[in-house]
Design a protein around this ligand. Structure first.
Ligand SMILES: [Zn+2]
Length: 305
């Protein structure tokens, strides 16, 4: 995924969670295969890109991301997952005003509206914003929480980040900014790839980088700037000023999120995902949710009263 790299803002090398400057290098051989160097912060343990150029948040997501072929299948693959997630959120907060940050063309916003939420979206990509407004007939504001936007002054009861916080270079600042748009007692919900699992996959593939190139094994794991574990996700939400942080295994999306395999390949990936999810659910149950090994995590927290 080296096509992401466009150096649009100055590089930073510090830890985005604790500000530490000691990142222990990881997956040496893999760096050459995937184009990103990862390190683990010696202070807080967060695994992250060593060099943060801003490319993930800027040109790529504005211009390219929503036009990638696999994005067209994604909405249908995620409907059942979002129904389960909304069931859980509604138990904590009921419904009300909802903002989906990084909403793309607004499929989740439309789904939340159908369930009775007064939902809106925020999205940096011009084409995704235009498509969402035209096709779904919903309110989508263009921009980012930490950059320019024209969000209304009304406060939200719930702000959601579906696979966003690990893909932008300023997750802490973004979550702090979200709080300013929420009612007291409002709920923030964050879904990310599980850093524990994706670290294990990268570490395994790093042992055979030649095979990684040949069989496109890099499609199996996240190459995003941050790999949040349950622990670092808790620290992130705590530092951003939220309380009652609850981290769980996320429900699964359907299909193959990398979208690059053949039909039988996608079926195989789905089978592997559901088996892994079953095992992860069992382990979570046995350990009282202390060991979370699903491919993705979901965190729900509250803005203090
Ligand atoms: Zn750190």
């Amino acid at each position: 995924m080296t096509q992401h790299a466009s150096h649009t803002s100055p590089a930073s090398h510090g830890c985005a969670l604790c500000g530490g400057n000691d990142l222990v290098p990881l997956y040496h051989a893999l760096h050459r295969a995937i184009g990103y160097a990862f390190g683990r912060c010696r202070s807080c343990g967060l695994i992250q890109h060593v060099e943060k150029t801003g490319s993930f948040a800027d040109a790529f997501y504005k211009n390219t991301y929503h036009d990638l072929p696999h994005k067209t299948d994604e909405p249908a693959n995620r409907v059942a997952m979002f129904e389960r997630i909304l069931d859980h959120i509604e138990k904590r907060t009921g419904s009300g005003r909802l903002l989906d940050v990084g909403c793309g063309p607004g499929h989740f916003v439309a789904q939340a509206c159908e369930r009775g939420w007064n939902a809106e979206g925020l999205e940096p990509s011009t084409s995704a914003v235009e498509r969402g407004r035209a096709r779904q007939g919903i309110a989508i504001y263009q921009g980012t929480l930490t950059g320019d936007h024209a969000l209304p002054g009304d406060l939200y009861n719930c702000v959601t980040f579906w696979n966003v916080i690990d893909q932008i270079y300023d997750p802490l600042e973004t979550l702090v900014a979200a709080r300013a748009h929420m009612v007291e007692g409002g709920i923030v919900a964050v879904r990310v790839p599980n850093g524990t699992v994706h670290h294990m996959l990268r570490a395994a593939v790093a042992l055979a980088p030649g095979l990684a190139r040949r069989f496109r094994l890099a499609d199996m794991f996240s190459v995003h700037p941050y790999s949040f574990t349950a622990e670092t996700l808790r620290v992130l939400l705590d530092k951003a000023g939220y309380e009652d942080v609850e981290v769980r295994n996320s429900p699964l999306s359907g299909g193959d999120p990398s979208g690059r395999r053949s039909r039988p390949g996608a079926v195989l990936v789905s089978l592997m995902k559901s088996t892994a999810a079953g095992v992860a659910a069992l382990i979570s149950g046995i350990t009282g949710a202390r060991v979370l090994l699903a491919p993705s995590l979901i965190a729900v927290a509250r803005k203090p009263l």
